[in-house]
Design a protein around this ligand. Structure first.
Ligand SMILES: Nc1nc2c(ncn2[C@@H]2O[C@H](COP(=O)(O)OP(=O)(O)O)[C@@H](O)[C@H]2O)c(=O)[nH]1
Ligand SMILES: [Mg+2]
Length: 257
């Protein structure tokens, strides 16, 4: 892995005061060559103050403070926009609650030596899930089954939120143009990456449910993902049939000429 490459991990936070210092410490010790950007949506519990206040993090830990809670997708778009502006060459994304093991960051970045996108995957050999309730396991497995059936990305963990991208891949995916608010954002990027012919590899990770703070998962977030997946597929099929019709018209007119 080239030590001169500029690497960043983006961590969105909403009410993660109980976790943020532990996750920052773990990232700094697992991957000291990686900078961190915390994107906080004005958490009432003072998460941002804990990041701001600690000079020990120095120039490697940055904070993007936003004015209010706008969802995971919006926080990541702001973080990725910052990363591209600052000319980071590789950018990872990770939850703040230690569900995504910081110790796997080096493996995710190393995978970018050969791939455009590295997905931290629970559903390949060597990966797994720990301490998750049955209901969350069913939602996660069911979500992946659904995405597989409707979109067919070929990625075993298409809903994963622990990923690393080459900067060129973020641009190719057109990540800033996404409009997903919640976790649909994760599916959208995986889907766009595979459809745009990028090299996507899955790196096994063990996801462990949070032990502090509370999940922000909600029914409306799940509904958004369910609906958007259908809309994306419908648009794909519509575009394919429109293009199919116009190319067969072209073919007919050129054979008539
Ligand atoms: N900035 C920001 N972060 C969010 C928002 N919603 C969730 N997050 C963060 O996104 C990550 C994943 O959320 P979490 O509640 O752990 O989801 P779960 O693991 O699916 O239960 C955590 O780091 C949250 O703090 C939001 O609206 N804004
Ligand atoms: Mg979580």
């Amino acid at each position: 892995m080239n030590p001169l490459v500029r690497r960043l991990v983006v961590i969105p936070t909403y009410e993660e005061a109980e976790n943020i210092r532990a996750v920052l410490d773990a990232v700094r010790s697992a991957a000291p060559y990686v900078d961190v950007l915390v994107v906080d949506d004005n958490s009432p519990d003072g998460t941002a103050d804990l990041v701001r206040a600690d000079p020990a993090y120095g120039e490697h830990v940055h904070l993007l403070s936003r004015s209010g809670k706008e969802g995971l997708g919006a926080a990541y778009r702001a973080g990725f926009a910052w990363a591209l502006e600052q000319r980071y060459q590789q950018v990872a994304q990770m939850d703040a609650d230690l569900s995504h093991p910081p110790g796997r960051l080096p493996a995710l970045f190393a995978a970018l030596d050969v791939a455009d996108v590295a997905v931290g995957s629970r559903y390949v050999s060597g990966g797994g899930v720990r301490n998750w309730s049955w209901s969350r396991r069913v939602i996660s497995r069911g979500g992946n089954l659904y995405v597989g059936l409707v979109l067919g990305t070929g990625v075993h963990d298409a809903t994963a939120g622990y990923k690393a991208f080459r900067a060129s891949a973020l641009e190719e995916i057109d990540v800033l143009a996404s409009s997903s608010t919640g976790y649909a954002f994760q599916i959208e990027n995986t889907w766009r990456a595979t459809r745009r012919g990028l090299d996507v590899v899955e790196v096994p990770i063990t996801f462990t449910d949070r032990t502090s703070g509370t999940s922000k998962m909600s029914g409306s977030i799940a509904r958004e993902a369910l609906l958007r997946v259908l809309v994306w597929r419908w648009r794909e099929l519509r575009d394919r049939s429109t293009h199919g019709r116009s190319s067969s018209r072209r073919a007919r007119s050129s054979s008539a000429a």
